[in-house]
Design a protein around this ligand. Sequence first.
Ligand code: SF4
Ligand code: SF4
Ligand code: SF4
Ligand code: FES
Length: 960
Amino acid sequence: MDDIKYTPPKHIPDVDFGTPKRTSSKRITLNIDGRDVTVAEGTSIMAAAVDAGVMVPKLCATDSLEPFGSCRLCLVEIEGRRGYPASCTTPVAEGIKVHTQTDKLADIRRGVMELYISDHPLDCLTCAANGDCELQDMAGAVGLREVRYGYDGENHLNQAKDESNPYFTFDPSKCIVCSRCVRACEETQGTFALTIQGRGFDSKVSAGNKDFLESECVSCGACVQACPTATLMEKTVIAHGTPEHTITTTCAYCGVGCSFDAEMKGEEVVRMTPTKNGGANHGHSCVKGRFAWGYATHKDRITTPMIRKSIREPWQVVGWDEAINHAAGEIQRIQAKYGRDSVGGITSSRCTNEEVYVTQKLIRAVFGNNNVDTCARVCHSPTGYGLKQTLGESAGTQTFDSVMQADVIFVMGANPTDGHPVFASQMKRRLREGAKLIVADPREIDLVANSPHIRADYHLKLRPGTNVALISAMSHVIVIEGLVKEDFVKARCEWDSYETWKAFVAKPENSPEALSEQLGIPAETIREAARLYATGGNAAIYYGLGVTEHSQGSTAVMGIANLAMATGNVGREGVGVNPLRGQNNVQGSCDMGSMPHEFPGYRHVSEDATRALFETAWGKPLSADPGLRIPNMLDLASEGSFKAIYCVGEDIAQSDPDTQHVTHALESMECVIVQDLFLNETAMYAHVFFPGASFLEKSGTFTNAERRVSPVRRVMTPKNGMEDWEITAKLSKALGYEMNYSHASEIMDEIAALTPTFKGISFKKLDELGSIQWPCDDEHPTGTPTMHIDEFVRGKGKFFITQYVPTTEKVNAKYPLILTTGRILSQYNVGAQTRRTQNVVWHDEDRIEIHPHDAEDRGIKEGDWVGVTSRAGETVLRARISERVQPGVVYTTFHHPGSGANVITTDNSDWATNCPEYKVTAVQATKVTQPSKWQQDYKKFSDEQIGFTQKLRKQTITTQ
Ligand code: SF4
Ligand code: SF4
Ligand code: SF4
Ligand code: FES
């Protein structure tokens, strides 16, 4: 890619204003060192000085934290006022004259620095933070030349390091007790893992008298980021030295979409620091994005293309041309023999928008059918459907920042502290400020059970599978008790649809009293929660896979939209319907037309005008018939008529339900092409393997849960030789259709030209603005933070009847427990990335959580092997006895393939979208002594497949 037209921008280092930005509309003018400056009321003198171009020395202040005023280095003089106030804690006042540099101030500051340095190791030259240490900078800034107190008095220099955290060290000998770490853990992260223990000279930072690994710390890195010295320091910086250049990019893990500065030394990442100006994260991060990027260079990565005739044969390493031509030949052969519709492809929410776009283009324009689907099928497809029907757009309505205006936060079927940790920190901040919290979840999520200074006003501990009943019961209360905002409904919604809905929810069968038993929640609690949601001020709903992954997932999404419209909670800050998307680019992959019935921008393939637009642009006739969804492809493969699949970045053998059905389907195909970083579970059934590039090796964009399109920038050369869109383009060329792009930016230009909501988006504009929330067009040139402000995208909002239909997946004597699934902070999705990082120290196996009563009934003790049997299959997991699940419910995560969580999930699915019902599986749990038959077979098969690649690695090494 030498002749690229697009050049990424140069990184501009952040300026630290010392104290957070204030937003008052009242402006104050003051004079600092002879310069007039005008700032918002409430701004500190320190921040005003930075605004005026004057840097006041500081140690305990940083602009991500509220001022604390402990180090006394930032003192200033104010004419007419006595003493030397700290500029970080003193707000500006109209007309004051401030001096930051006087002989007296210089003396005081040098004195303060002397005290700090006299109890600090003098190893600057060999310290990992040399050149990147605020203490060192401040010693220079105050002109410290000597330390009169000597270094041999009582000191902290011999205190032992805590190296327990896999990613950072804590070296208390270097600590200046500025408390920035403690405040970062409280204010930014909301975990409260750190305290300052002791007083005066004996004060020290403590992680609750435990080492960091054993403590409450969730390894978010906020304290490391805040520490002005080398006390808290990334181990990668200690190992590799300070970085030399920086490129801003976007985290490839969850749907929060945090912006990160990849700090580099040549081609090596030294550390990832959250970008202060990141629109979604504002300088915060979680353990995954901040530290768990080592998978990108893990030894398991496969970087050479491979082919083989059958999955029982070893792989053969080939060049790119041979691999591409072989794959193209197979697709042509299969289509000639079995018909045009016998092939298809799956994209992933881990891919960039540009990669998804070219993949669906390949399938529609070159394969000649619409057999393209994405992993959103198994997570948020009901969101796409439900929100489109009711509000008119398949996307969340707000920004994350909007939560700071919410008075009532209703979290339904989501576990933000684990699934969307950076947003959870912001939400927790708002909750600590006093917003009310309603949680609807069968299990005690951390927000309920483990969040200091936060209390759920209502935890609606419903039975799995009863979301729609809960929504109906809450709607009933709102309608019957006259809490509907009829003015809003009259002005903004289809009145007829409202009246029909109103009559439906008002029926006695939808009352809390009628549904209480099925829900397992007292009727009065439901009534109180409904009243709070309807009357507590700005109310915002945040929901996740606990809503969508059900047989009535789409119904529940529509019910949520009904609730928001009925109470007027749409169309402004602090309210809305907010789907928390699981993976980094779930929103984007759907936006980019990766569903079988929709072109990019959610336009149906049967619309003649849309098809004509794409036919003209692509120069190919396009099918008007919706293609196959993933489950249809798998069913037809098992039946023998679907024969080849191109699977880009998605691991259906692990992530899709009913594993044995999926693997049988894969085994039945004649050509499985997998494009990925690792030999994932699906690749074990593949005939062609295209090695993919990691997010650090490619350019493109991801779109997060708030519709924010953010740039992904290439920070190192792809180890496999090319970016993923180039592989797809080469396959297309080998199939006779050239895609003439020279850079991902040109793919975005094509997307913008063909997709109205992306019309104004380009790489250049993303460089200027940092990120853009779609729709971005002539009317909204810098994007749209809040949707549906004056009217809904569909014009009038539409209410839908949401009749509760209990799932057919019923408990009985044979399967008396309900299994529900979820995620954990340290692991991500199928774990292919996080399992290849040090994150395994927090979660090295999936366990089955079981209530003490159910465990006792079965003689199961903590750590015992438990056989979990469902109508679909059996697996064995170790037990964790926990009251976080209710009696009758068991829970597991699904991050490790050998756990076989999806061996037991069934093929029940959402009526509208086929999203699997992962959250409700009737099971039995019994104490056992050995792995299940599936696990034994899996181990044998997977050992054999891994053996094939190990042989291949040896061959590659000897032939190189
Ligand atoms: S560890 Fe760092 S941030 Fe925390 S008190 Fe010590 S020097 Fe300050
Ligand atoms: S890494 Fe995060 S959670 Fe852990 S102590 Fe630091 S700020 Fe707190
Ligand atoms: S919250 Fe999500 S996007 Fe942000 S760093 Fe963590 S995993 Fe990455
Ligand atoms: S920076 Fe103001 S007192 Fe420390």
